[in-house]
Design a protein around this ligand. Sequence first.
Ligand code: PEP
Length: 255
Amino acid sequence: MRKKIVAGNWKMNKSLSQGLQLIDEIIAATSDLPSNSVLKIIAPPYTHLASVSEKLKSVTGFAVAAQNCHHMPNGAFTGEVSAEMIKSTGANYVIIGHSERRQYFGENDTLLAQKVNVALANNLIPIFCIGENGDERKTNQHLEVVKKQLKEALFHLTPIDFSKLVIAYEPVWAIGTGVTATSHQAQGMHNYIRSEINKKYGKDISENTSILYGGSCNPQNAQELFACLDVDGGLIGGASLKTTDFVSIINSFAN
Ligand code: PEP
């Protein structure tokens, strides 16, 4: 059975002390939930990874993700952070291909395929982001765009490696905009992604791949989105920075 996951991407927000306080509040507010009902992943900035991992290592039902990694294993890349370094902090996941990385740092699917490879080689699980922009949705190219992203960044993987991944469908027009995909749009795309995975890797792997939705997910819309058959959770940006909002989104699975 595929995992239900709610992941919080803090982006470039929170000092270390603010972040650790937020985690304490989230732990306290979710302590009544059965620990295996939803995997909660926290993706803080690089600088906080070791402290957040230390805090969460004995709390069941939580995991830690980096927001990015470099595509090379090591070397003369001043200011960059490798997958091996991330793993050494205690984190087990890494977000790869977020639309902000694609848009502001020019990351394309060829480069992202290398990031996926280096993450897997270091036993980090990629949370791989795909999704179309507003123009692509308006001109009805969204399915083709997502298919190309899957093919170019992920479909070189062996079935064993692919089965380790988490996918996040994040329509770019919904990220940080307050405009959310309707449950119909989300379910349609998630079902399409699963069918493409099925074509490439077969039913077993496609049925066991967690596909998260991301894009202005909040306490008001999470329950409807998570009720969709092929939506296995969320990648949450803005709403992951507030304890009440993030916990309410996590609780959407329980209600
Ligand atoms: C994100 O950045 O991955 C995201 C989904 O952001 P937001 O929830 O703020 O739209």
